[in-house]
Design a protein. Structure first.
Length: 58
């Protein structure tokens, strides 16, 4: 019996987003992910929550 392997998908979909400055608790350190809405204090290149790449311009 011949078993045909399913083609591997090597391109993972990359979400794109940007950090939206939103000082929701008044300490001046908060950013919100435009892709998932998660707040963070460190605007890194990728969202640590949803993995969106932060390369969008506003
Ligand atoms: Zn996110």
């Amino acid at each position: 019996m011949f078993i045909e392997k399913a083609p591997e998908i090597d391109a993972t979909p990359v979400k794109h987003g940007m950090w939206v400055y939103d000082d929701f608790d008044g300490d001046g350190l908060d950013y919100q992910c435009s892709a998932c809405g998660r707040y963070t204090r460190q605007a890194s290149n990728y969202c640590p929550n949803c993995g969106a790449k932060m390369d969008l311009e506003d």
